[in-house]
Design a protein. Structure first.
Length: 145
């Protein structure tokens, strides 16, 4: 899954340029039939004046799932996806010092088991297993990059 996640992340970053700007929102028009729209509220977005709905992203005519699909897609605006990807990158960076700390200890789990206490202060406890997991995650990231 780790490799797949990196692939998805890369595809999302590449495809985000040129996407209709946000914020996006769901709208259910009062037209007497099933339709759920995803619209953008970007003030300067007008792809082409011939469009009936100037701010239309998507139109779902499915009465059963259209509202759920439209609401979900509205949450997937470029700004929201970018924020999630940036947070993922920030968290990966935050793991690096812990991964480096794991390299300072033996990998022999019989000699130094995962439960071995490395640091404790207040309500925080760090065990060697925590550092080893951080190293494993960090290593996966470096291999993918």
């Amino acid at each position: 899954m780790a490799g797949k996640l990196t692939e998805i992340e890369q595809q999302l970053r590449e495809k985000m340029d040129g996407v209709t700007p946000g914020p996006w929102r769901m709208h259910v028009p009062d037209r007497g039939y099933c339709s759920n729209l995803v619209l953008t509220d970007a003030p300067d977005f007008a792809p082409d004046e011939k469009y009936r709905w100037r701010h239309l992203i998507a139109d779902f005519d499915d009465c059963q799932r259209g509202e759920v699909n439209a609401a979900f897609i509205a949450l997937c605006s470029p700004e929201n996806i970018r924020a999630l990807l940036d947070e993922l990158s920030r968290l990966r960076e935050a793991l690096k010092p812990f991964a480096a700390a794991a390299n300072c200890h033996s990998n022999d789990k019989e000699f130094m088991p995962d439960a071995m206490l490395i640091w404790q202060g207040g309500e925080c406890t760090i065990r060697l297993g925590d550092l080893r997991r951080a190293r494993a995650l960090s290593t996966q990231v470096e291999e993918r990059e």
